[in-house]
Design a protein around this ligand. Structure first.
Ligand SMILES: Cc1cc2nc3c(=O)[nH]c(=O)nc-3n(C[C@H](O)[C@H](O)[C@H](O)COP(=O)(O)OP(=O)(O)OC[C@H]3O[C@@H](n4cnc5c(N)ncnc54)[C@H](O)[C@@H]3O)c2cc1C
Ligand code: SF4
Length: 530
């Protein structure tokens, strides 16, 4: 096997996997390096004990707090990356997220591209990832050039009731955008069986629109695409002038190999991409590759999130719960608070085994309830408040190369208010008044930094090389053939889930690379914003 390629992509998740899917028809020689393996299809995929209690699919790795205390991050090193376990809520950022947005704790910065630049790629990403949704329900929905490619996933009765009750409160609940391969009109032929083991679980029947199923598997059918699993990129080598990457040094199943690529794309997830660049310091880049601005690793974000459960007066027999969202507080806050609070959405339905390690039955509101009773009545919410990019929130390497994260939360006040807003409505939503419990099972770990599911921002893109790592095409300002396409490029994170934006951006960067490679590879027609 030759070690020379036109494009090397490192990491096969939402960013890297989608990019390879876009490049595959070009005929160019493409190498996809993935440190993990294929996620095994096995009965344990759908067992809450295995997934949530034993952490079967959390990959072994050790990161460190800034005082060098070690912790295990909630990372998933598989073909498809974190999308193998994700909840597949595939939201567009709001149009306002691309501009400056005033928050309680400061300004969320503008992106170097506008929403209308990204819009055609959101539409393409929604088609590729087969997103189900309904336009026109969400009051913050940005302009869209096409309807969702598939109808919204229906609410089950308890969630429909919740939707009706929220509407009676004057809010605008909407059907959440879902990336699942569900055909409700023809269930005998539907790939998705609509089960209760989706959000946070791998999908045993490959019916979740994850990057492995949707992007990597189709891409490697092209003979010009090579996937190497068990291949961890260790460092990038560059020429003497430091203007081009000349080699990717990887450990392939324990054996070190160097690969050559005309273009090298890093997409290891925000923390690991920063680690790779910082590990690639050389004479021309003494502080880490492409880090003349000292921005690599900085501005780490992962949402100021809360997973909570309320207790329904009636039992909640919902199977697939992640069908509803509320964005009434996304941009405007409340009457007495002018700043954005964030997004409210549902998470996967609680199951009693998920609570092992927690003690919800012993809390003051339901002292006599068994875990099973709590689970039967639980209605589970995920509240996301935007955290702001702060230079001191950062990934760096300790002297011995340890990945280290320093992070102080921002926007705690809007986070608190979003929680209290939901809590204040419980009685009108058919829930036990005043009972809103933290639900650590979804986060797996009570340590917030370890719950890095939505990590972003360590190599932000921008027009000014002194304040950003990447240019608006996601190419490193300082290294001509180096790109980053995972969520590292986000200059701000908004308050909706990040994966669709990573996918859409990978398609956008893919078109740029096809132009650069001068190929006549087929590209979807650009669509205009209506
Ligand atoms: C439980 C959970 C639920 C989530 N739910 C949602 C949701 O509902 N909606 C949503 O939008 N987002 C959700 N997310 C977040 C979403 O999955 C991520 O935002 C998205 O996958 C990020 O894409 P990425 O390309 O940046 O990184 P990843 O998808 O994590 O991909 C990075 C890849 O790089 C590989 N890698 C790392 N280092 C190296 C190396 N040195 N060499 C080679 N390969 C390497 C990794 O193994 C991985 O495959 C969820 C995440 C989790 C964990
Ligand atoms: S709900 Fe559908 S996509 Fe999700 S895990 Fe179950 S079968 Fe898979």
């Amino acid at each position: 096997m030759s070690n020379a390629y036109d494009v090397i992509v490192i990491g096969s998740g939402a960013g890297g996997g989608t990019l390879v899917h876009r490049l595959a028809p070009s005929g160019k020689r493409i190498l996809l390096l993935e440190r993990g393996s294929w996620l095994r299809r096995e009965p344990q995929n759908w067992r809450a004990e295995d997934v949530f209690v034993d952490g079967r699919y959390i990959s072994p790795d050790t990161w460190h707090y800034d005082d060098l205390t070690p912790f295990q991050p909630q990372v998933h090193y598989f073909v498809g990356g974190a999308t193998k376990l994700y909840g597949a809520a595939l939201y567009r950022l709001r149009e306002e997220d691309f501009g400056e947005l005033e928050h309680h704790d400061g300004t969320s910065p503008a992106w170097p591209i506008s929403y209308s630049d990204m819009e055609p790629y959101y539409t393409q990403a929604e088609r590729l990832y087969q997103v189900h949704g309904a336009r026109g329900e969400d009051p913050t929905e940005p302009p869209c050039s096409a309807p969702y490619p598939f109808p919204a996933v229906s609410h089950e009765p308890r969630i429909q009731q919740l939707s009706d009750d929220l509407a009676a409160e004057g809010l605008h609940p909407f059907h959440a955008p879902c990336g699942i391969l569900l055909d409700e009109g023809n269930m005998p032929f539907s790939t998705c069986v609509r089960c209760d083991n989706c959000d946070g679980f791998p999908c045993l029947v490959h019916a979740k629109s994850d990057a492995e199923v949707i992007a990597v598997r189709p891409a490697i059918k092209h003979p010009n695409v090579t996937l190497l699993t068990g291949a961890q990129a260790l460092r990038l080598e560059c020429n003497d002038a430091g203007t081009a990457v000349t080699g990717v040094v990887a450990s392939v199943n324990g054996i070190e190999e160097t690969f050559r690529g005309d273009i090298v794309v890093v997409s290891c997830g925000a923390a690991n991409s920063a680690r790779l660049l910082l590990s690639s310091a050389c004479d021309a880049h003494p502080n880490g590759l492409a880090n003349g601005s000292d921005q690599v690793g900085r501005n780490y974000m992962f949402h100021n999130s809360q997973a909570v459960l309320a207790l329904s007066k009636e039992e909640n027999p919902t199977v697939f719960q992640k069908t509803l969202g509320v964005n009434d507080f996304y941009l405007s806050g409340t009457d007495d608070f002018a700043f954005p609070l964030g997004n409210i959405q549902m998470v996967g339905k609680s199951q009693a085994p998920m609570f092992r390690g927690e003690k919800p039955g012993e809390t003051r509101f339901a002292p006599t309830w068994s875990l099973e009773q709590v689970a039967r009545h639980a209605v589970d919410f995920w509240l996301s408040t935007e955290d702001l990019p702060r230079p001191d929130n950062r990934v760096w390497l300790a002297r011995d190369g340890k990945l280290t994260i320093g992070y102080t939360a921002s926007n705690e006040e809007p986070k608190k208010r979003l929680y209290h807003q939901l809590k204040s409505m419980l009685a009108d939503l058919g829930m036990h008044h005043d009972h809103l419990l933290p639900h650590h099972a979804y986060l797996k770990n009570e340590i917030p930094v370890a719950g890095c599911a939505h990590q972003a921002g360590t190599c932000r893109f921008g027009t000014d090389p002194s304040t950003s790592v990447l240019d608006p095409d996601c190419r490193a300002h300082e290294v001509d053939n180096l790109y980053v396409v995972d969520t590292s490029f986000f200059p701000s994170i908004g308050a909706v889930n990040p994966a669709l934006t990573a996918m859409a951006n990978a398609l956008r960067v893919g078109d740029h690379l096809l132009d650069r490679l001068d190929t006549a590879a087929p590209r979807p027609e650009p669509v205009q914003v209506a």
